[in-house]
Design a protein around this ligand. Sequence first.
Ligand SMILES: [Zn+2]
Length: 433
Amino acid sequence: MKSFLLSLFFFIQFGIGYCQIELKINKVRLNNSIQKLSTYGKNEAGGSDRVAYSEYDREARKYIKDLMIKAGLEVSTDFAGNIIGKKAGLNPALKPIAFGSHIDEVPNGGDYDGPVGSLSAIEVVQTLSENNWPTRHPLEVIIFTNEEGGVIGSRALAGQLSNEALKIKSSSGLTQYEGIKAVGGNPDRISELKRNSGDIAAFLELHIEQGGNLDREGIDIGVVEGIVAIEWYEFTFKGLANHAGTTPMDMRKDPMLPASRLVLAVNEIVNSFDGAQVATVGKIEAFPGAGNVIPGEVKLNVEIRDLSSDKIHQVYQAIEKKAEILAQESGTTVSINHIEVASKPALANPEIQKVIESSAKELGLSSKYLPSGAGHDSQEIAKFAPIGMIFIPSKNGISHSPQEYSSPEDISNGANVLLHTILALDQKLSSNN
Ligand SMILES: [Zn+2]
């Protein structure tokens, strides 16, 4: 009888798609809370200095916890300092659907990278609570510790935060260890936080795009395919250092020539492949590095990012081949050192991607699939749970800057997609069981 009543209830509550889509977050309240959060750590340049563990961060965390309690969440701080808010579901046997983001910023950062996803997560729960809208799965809001300084809180949940990493100094001046203590965590017990595959039914993160694709194309929602892998290669061209005035042009072995040609070649090569891969030469150094000396050695750093490690390798191989030809032509030598950064892409779950796309469609919003070129907490969660990310437009693609901006309309669109993705997954994942 009980289960009959429960199914009747679900039919009434969820059976009629029209009713469900009517449920919307409160746009004014959400944008007000984003404005309020931005006052914690605002500097004279209009940017945010709310770096993790700072006094601003600690004050903001209190504000966040209050909002979470008001939304009906049971709030705690875990050993890594992550703020965790839980709301029970109708079926306690189901694993939670989790969602969230971070509230810390880079020094002189903006007001949207992190806060949009964090405050939307809380707004979603507030909306469900005030509409007495139950979910079958328990819900868990996670506000991660120190995303900008090395995805610290999410790495802890993935069991990837070493004691060595805890000794590193953060932007606040405190080490990670000290900082985690300062926000109420217990760094000595971090290893106990590790979550395993199956512990979370799904994880969702709403975030600003940080790139300019959605803004340029006028698209409301980005369905993130995954977070790209990053590889660095250090190319060293060696020639012969000599006097810049007395060495005739035809007697030089100048490694700056193949190095500078390689800079152009990297750009040409990466553009010659189909796809969204990117490659950058962001650093170049000449040795000894004096205006009157032909350099004996030039080092340059080539970074390649893509969702596919294979693609990265193909691009790299083409660059490597070109570097060897350029060295030969200039009478220099080249050696290459591979520096591993994040060699595995974190792919979003294909089913969740589809649910995000259809939720956007039902809400009358345009969407497109795209990779995330920047790192996020979701990449760590992907190590043990299926993830999905929702992007909203960043004006002119600017982030990590006081000029970072997303409109109230775009933010509320993103939060509504988050809400309806959660509701759709709540149905979909429990019927799979
Ligand atoms: Zn972020």
